[in-house]
Design a protein around this ligand. Sequence first.
Ligand code: NAD
Length: 326
Amino acid sequence: MKKVLITGAAGFLGSHLCDRFIKEGFYVIAMDNLITGDLKNISHLFPLEQFEFHHHDVSTFVHLEGNVDYILHFASPASPIDYLKIPIETLKVSSLGTLNLLGLAMQKKSRILVASTSEIYGDPLVHPQNEDYYGNVSSIGPRGVYDEAKRFMESLTMAYHRYHGLDTRIVRIFNTYGSRMRLNDGRVVPAFMGQALRGEDLTVFGDGSQTRSFCYIDDQVEGIYRLLMSDYTDPINIGNPHETTILEFAQEIIKLTGTDQKIIHKPLPQDDPLQRQPDISRAKEILSWEPKTNRAEGLKIVYDYFKSLSPEELQKKEHRDFSNKS
Ligand SMILES: NC(=O)c1ccc[n+]([C@@H]2O[C@H](COP(=O)([O-])OP(=O)(O)OC[C@H]3O[C@@H](n4cnc5c(N)ncnc54)[C@H](O)[C@@H]3O)[C@@H](O)[C@H]2O)c1
């Protein structure tokens, strides 16, 4: 049985990856320090013999017994609300954490895939963004802690690939949504759905003309799986190129939820990208991958998921206590 280590396994993407690798017949070693994740996302896997969980901070030394065929490094706060509150942890997990996992991959002779992001393009001056675009990122802006950490992660990964011949993969993930996102993590899909379900007005930052492209989780996981199994070592964008303005998106959520909430506007946060759309030509050509789920379908599934949450979970405004973090 092939073994895969998934870091960030108790988070949104990591937990769906655990499900997929279990389904593919892998032995899954899940690792997470639960800083933004939740054990309930993977609790259904605990009874399985081919699953184990390690409560561990990957920014400290990572040791495992036995062989590991594949490593997927997904540990990192991912929502702006999280990484603005824990900037140092965010910088550490994509720098020190990546270094530790690349070291482990060297020791175990594993193939390693790291989770990069469309944020490495910053506020892009090229549209849509293809993998050859270098990006437009402020290193000292508040979002720099995430964007620059991920850029460093990519450089480190390529250095291990070129210098040590390590078998590496880099996925640049564009906005993805699905079940197990935290309602209050500040990302736009759960934010709008939470507001609609609580009967609150929907908050749009700025005039709402900024654009985003949303990829459904199953499509994202399929793209990541194909990339891992391919022999392609340069970065690949995985996302849904179907772009929408945030204002149109808010209207779509109101229609979907059948609520009569209003849309209210608040000032645009600093360095918020104005447009975001992946060019997925490379994924199409190399991985024969493109998203299959249209937004209406995907949003309906996710809305049903959020609707099934308890009234206490729906009302929870702040999920995390980040006090005492360095
Ligand atoms: N969801 C998206 O749309 C998106 C877009 C681009 C990139 N990504 C990347 O995908 C990965 C997962 O994102 P997500 O949306 O699932 O976020 P998430 O917050 O739901 O999951 C991240 C997980 O990593 C864990 N973690 C954080 N720091 C850790 C550490 N030092 N040691 C061990 N575990 C740690 C958290 O506890 C959490 O379970 C991240 O690397 C993120 O940058 C996600």
